[in-house]
Ligand binder design. Structure first.
Ligand code: PNW
Length: 456
């Protein structure tokens, strides 16, 4: 099973999950500093204060990436390092870290993929409403411009937002993520302002000569329970309608505005039921519809739903009234997430049909398992099987015609898994948090061989 010659192999991380050094070189506070230090919000009271100490160990981590033969490394920039208060003066010491990081990657022959927003909003902006405030979108575009001004001579691949669905609906809908607000209307408004920020930033990046611009979404095929193990199962009309609505809320809510400048009617109806659509101003959709080179897909598991007459909306899914979220008949990871590898090919083929003018890249895929260190090794056969199964589906999607440019595993390192803290390990490299020692798991060595062979 050989992949296209120019297929990009790599790994991904995010600033707050790995950097630590939260008080260093003039970094301001982010919503995740405040949230993780609020008792009860993160498992075991974990915080990103130290995390993987990547801020100090980035050289060693890049040496490791090189040993693993990664061609690409996707990381995110911490906005509060660049603008401690989210606006105005640029903090040169914060920007200098990413400058060093990019130089070290390039010296090592690894292409940097820069994500501008992976959820660490400056707390000063949250104090003024965060993403519920339209102004945050404009502040984001200014920040994006500042980062591009510094790194744009060496970085060609840019992503504006990581997973605006999670940022809006877990941050402002069910409150499981920072800033921990719980209001369906605010969540929908935040989603729109995130999109506006994407459009404004994408335009600024384009005008500044950015090589490639990407929007990264968490996406999933939305299936009925019977379709999990039988893709050809035909759903009844009520179940099919539930699945269509959830697909609109999860994926089309972001990709239709970005690619076509339109909102699905399901999203507008959800807004109408939760405070109205006044936040969607004339001209916004035109701004959001900025030319896009790539859609980044983060895939972990399918979304399984059926009709649930009379059920209220789930807090993370405003607009999901009358839908039941069902378990999947499949084995699960340590996150409790079902393992359905062919969900990835089903998703990629569908997106390549729905958005044919934009290329695709798998920007995250991976799994947390309860790793055991034995004689200084982690024999994570379960993770190898997960990655192998999903890569076969990536290959299948390419054969079926999907314009898929690359695959980035989540994650390079075990790291701060948001509300789950450090107890969930997604890395292909094990991190001993007491010593900060890194050790490639069997999955890392396996992945290196896949990269070297350019196939399975
Ligand atoms: C993604 N959900 O998060 C993020 O981009 C990563 O930072 C994260 O570590 C990784 O996936 C694993 O969780 C998600 O509840 C978090 O649907 C939650 C969901 C999806 C993605």
């Amino acid at each position: 099973m050989i992949f296209p010659e120019d297929f990009v192999w790599g790994a991904a991380t995010a600033s707050y999950q790995i950097e630590g050094a939260v008080k260093e070189d003039g970094r301001g506070q982010s919503i995740w500093d405040i949230f993780s230090h609020t008792p009860g919000k993160v498992a075991d009271g974990d915080t990103g204060d130290v995390a993987c100490d990547h801020y100090h160990r980035y050289r060693d981590d890049i040496a490791l990436m090189r040993e693993l033969r990664l061609a690409a490394y996707r990381f995110s920039v911490a906005w509060p390092r660049i603008q401690p208060d989210g606006e105005g003066e640029i903090n040169p010491r914060g920007l200098a870290f990413y400058d060093r990081l990019v130089d070290e990657l390039l010296t090592s022959g690894i292409s940097p993929y820069v994500t501008l927003y992976h959820w660490d909003l400056p707390q000063a902006l949250e104090d003024r409403g965060g993403w519920t405030n339209r102004d945050t979108a404009y502040r984001f575009a200014d920040y994006a411009q500042a980062v591009h001004d510094k790194l744009g001579d060496r970085v060609t691949d840019w992503a504006t937002l990581n997973e605006p669905w999670v940022a809006a609906f877990l941050g402002y809908g069910n409150g499981v993520h920072a800033p921990g607000r719980r209001d369906p209307g605010e969540a929908l408004r935040s989603a729109h302002h995130l999109l506006l920020g994407h459009g404004l930033a994408a335009r600024r990046l384009r005008e500044s000569g950015a090589g490639s611009i990407m929007l990264v979404v968490n996406s999933a095929p939305v299936l009925t329970p019977a379709q999990v193990n039988d893709p050809s199962a035909v759903a009844g009309e009520a179940d099919a309608a539930a699945a269509r609505r959830i697909h609109a809320l999860l994926t089309r809510q972001f990709l239709d505005p970005a690619v076509y400048g339109t909102y699905p009617e399901e999203v507008l109806a959800a807004a109408e039921r939760n405070g109205g659509t006044a936040h969607i101003q004339d001209g916004d959709l035109e701004l959001i519809n900025a030319p896009l080179d790539l859609i980044g897909i983060n895939y972990y598991n399918p979304c399984v739903v059926e009709a649930g007459p009379g059920l209220p909306a789930d807090a993370a899914w405003p607009g999901s009234e009358g839908v039941r979220f069902a378990p999947a008949d499949a084995p699960t990871t340590a996150m409790g997430w079902p393992i359905v590898p062919d969900g990835l090919s089903r998703l990629l083929v569908r997106l390549s049909k729905d958005y044919p003018q934009v290329g695709l890249m798998v920007t995250e895929n991976g799994a947390a398992f309860d790793d055991v260190v034995e004689d200084g090794r982690v024999h994570d056969d379960d993770r190898v099987a997960y990655l192998d199964g999903h890569l076969r589906e990536v290959h299948r999607a390419i054969e079926a015609g999907a314009d898929l440019r690359g695959y980035l595993v989540w994650s390079l390192l075990d790291n701060f898994e948001w509300a789950e803290g450090y107890r969930r390990r997604f890395g292909i490299v094990h991190v001993d948090y007491a010593t900060q020692e890194r050790m490639p798991k069997d999955s890392a060595l396996w992945y290196r061989d896949v990269i070297v062979r350019n196939g399975l």
